[in-house]
Design a protein around this ligand. Structure first.
Ligand SMILES: Nc1ncnc2c1ncn2[C@@H]1O[C@H](COP(=O)(O)OP(=O)(O)OP(=O)(O)O)[C@@H](O)[C@H]1O
Length: 252
């Protein structure tokens, strides 16, 4: 099967000289649910953001569905981003706007700027958005303001907005970072179940090793901008966890 994503020799040096990624390589196949783990500052967010070019890589390539995203021009990047949903740690919802409108914003990549600015969505788009909210257990909240929801509910709206894009790949950047264990589990359950059911590939940054082991089909461990582990959850033992999280100079 052709990979959906190939990351090749990816390097990111921020303008202040911080080397966030040093030659990262990996491949993701359709349907995989890949967790990226590593200590704070190891480069997980930078890695995810280089995939959809929210961060501009310094060197290397990101090949999505056979196309080099790193070489694509602005219009092409916008088109490719339609197929790549993003879920943010801080949800990035519009607080004073309804839950339904927030989900519909996932459709903006399909609109010309005027229709988007006027918030013009078709009856079909609204129906689809409500169906997504139903799957996320949020139908009753559809007409509430986003800022009236709990943190966990807001994150489910964030996932619903990504799903409204009809993505084939979801990038989730620490979606459960600020949530209690039960809420975190519920968010991961929703994300995992829907990705499985709809055949959506997922790349998710996680702080919690236990969550990565529970949900991921594969785990990538990052230490100081370098990939130090790439394998099934069953192979992630205490020694490797130590190398990812604690060792000054990781060796794998
Ligand atoms: N815009 C930026 N300018 C300069 N340095 C940055 C920038 N963004 C991130 N960094 C640095 O790059 C490194 C990797 O950061 P990144 O946020 O990718 O790591 P992370 O593993 O996602 O961390 P966390 O788990 O804390 O979110 C860190 O040293 C960070 O300080």
């Amino acid at each position: 099967m052709e990979p959906i994503l190939r990351v090749e020799h990816l390097k990111k040096v921020y303008p202040d000289g911080t080397e966030a990624l040093r030659e990262v390589d990996f491949t993701v196949h359709p349907g995989e649910f890949v967790a990226v783990i590593g200590p704070s500052g190891s480069g997980k967010s930078t890695l995810l953001r280089c995939v959809n070019r929210l961060v501009e890589p310094t060197q290397g390539a990101v090949i999505f569905k056979g196309e080099n995203i790193t070489r694509a021009g602005g219009r092409r990047v916008r088109r490719l981003r339609r197929e790549i949903g993003m879920v943010f740690q801080s949800h990035n919802l519009i607080p004073r706007v309804s839950v339904l409108q927030n989900v519909l914003h996932g459709r903006l990549g399909y609109k010309d700027s005027l229709r988007g600015a006027l918030g013009m969505f078709s009856a079909q788009e609204k129906e689809d958005a409500l169906r997504i909210l139903e799957r996320m257990g949020l139908l009753e909240q559809a007409h509430k303001r986003a800022d009236e929801l709990s943190g966990g509910q807001q994150q489910r709206v964030g996932i619903a907005r990504a799903l409204a894009q009809k993505p084939i790949l979801i990038l989730a950047d620490e979606p459960i970072a600020n949530l209690d264990p039960a809420t975190s589990e519920s968010i991961m359950d929703h994300l995992h179940t829907i990705c499985r059911a709809d055949g959506i590939t997922c790349l998710v940054n996680l702080h919690q090793v236990a969550m990565a082991k529970k949900y991921a089909t594969r785990i990538i461990g990052i230490h100081r901008g370098t990939k130090v582990f790439d394998g099934p959850p069953s192979k992630l033992d205490d020694r490797i966890i130590g190398q990812i999280y604690y060792q000054e100079k990781a060796v794998v």
